[in-house]
Ligand binder design. Structure first.
Ligand SMILES: Nc1ncnc2c1ncn2[C@@H]1O[C@H](COP(=O)(O)OP(=O)(O)OP(=O)(O)O)[C@@H](O)[C@H]1O
Ligand SMILES: [Mg+2]
Length: 260
């Protein structure tokens, strides 16, 4: 039985961190994981440990103008007044453009499929949506999507194909409110399970109580942990972080409870 997980939340809360550690966790359990980066500024590859020289050469699918043209019949930006294919061929894209991170883990950098954020790139957006739709319908062990900040990215037609949303938030009232809004939207669109990840948590007990009262679904607290930032500064994969990282430990045990 396949598992399709979308990691969502507002900007900078830790979506990419959670998506990469979840991908490592599930792939180390023997699941075959396909991680999708659908951010307009993709950076999941670095967190998954791809060397910077390789990462800098990745062209997100929706930004690959010749691929977009080959598959839709129109170049990005050329959509006005042009007809383009709404059902482009996508079934070979994972095999051709997927990047193998380890035996059980592959990455596909799709880029943003949010037309509002991309301006008018209709052929590219249509290719991206067709691709994600295809991937979500295929039989796979696990799909982990690192999504763009916000919630609207996966509207009706795609959202309901996910089994689970991990909604990442920080402890501030504003962040919690946004997380609840994103979670509500996910549920309304048909995502069955929503779990909050309260990231960068201070450890303060009264704060923990306040947060637990605020949130309307199962949630896990992940401590603030400078070693994540240090790994990022040093350009190291999050995989190299071990049991000495409190955040990694807490996330592993959260994943264990949710998916184990
Ligand atoms: N538990 C934590 N403790 C301390 N720092 C953290 C923690 N989790 C994530 N960070 C740091 O917070 C920053 C943002 O994390 P990340 O890139 O995962 O967020 P994001 O939600 O994907 O951001 P964006 O919206 O820009 O894609 C990074 O520098 C990351 O190292
Ligand atoms: Mg991110």
């Amino acid at each position: 039985m396949g598992l399709k997980i979308i990691v969502a939340g507002k900007g900078g809360v830790g979506k990419t961190t959670v998506a990469s550690l979840l991908s490592f966790f599930l792939s180390s359990r023997g699941k075959r994981v396909l991680a999708l980066d659908t951010d307009s500024v993709p950076n999941l590859a670095l967190s998954l440990g791809l060397p910077r020289e390789m990462e800098s050469k990745i062209v997100p699918i929706v930004k690959d103008e010749s691929l977009v043209e080959e598959r839709t019949g129109a170049r990005p930006g050329e959509s006005w007044g042009l007809l383009f294919r709404l059902n482009p061929k996508v079934d070979d894209i994972v095999d051709k453009y997927g990047i193998r991170i380890s035996e059980n883990l592959s990455l596909l950098v799709v880029g943003s499929i949010d037309s509002a954020k991309q301006g008018c790139l209709c052929p590219a957006i249509s290719l991206g949506k067709a691709l994600i739709s295809h991937i979500l319908m295929e039989e796979r062990d696990v799909i982990v999507v690192d999504s763009e900040a916000g919630a609207e990215v996966f509207g009706r037609g795609l959202a309901e194909r996910f089994d689970h949303m991990l909604c990442v938030t920080e402890s501030t009232q504003k962040s919690l409110e946004i997380a609840k809004r994103i979670a509500r939207m996910g549920r309304e669109l048909g995502i069955r399970e929503v779990t909050y990840i309260v990231n960068k948590f201070s450890g303060d007990e009264s704060e923990r109580l306040r947060i637990s009262e605020t949130l309307d679904a199962r949630h896990f607290f992940i401590p603030y942990d400078y070693s994540l930032i240090r790994a990022e500064i040093e350009g190291r994969s999050l995989k190299e972080l071990d049991e000495s990282s409190p955040a990694v430990q807490a996330l592993r045990s959260a994943f264990e409870s949710i998916f184990g």
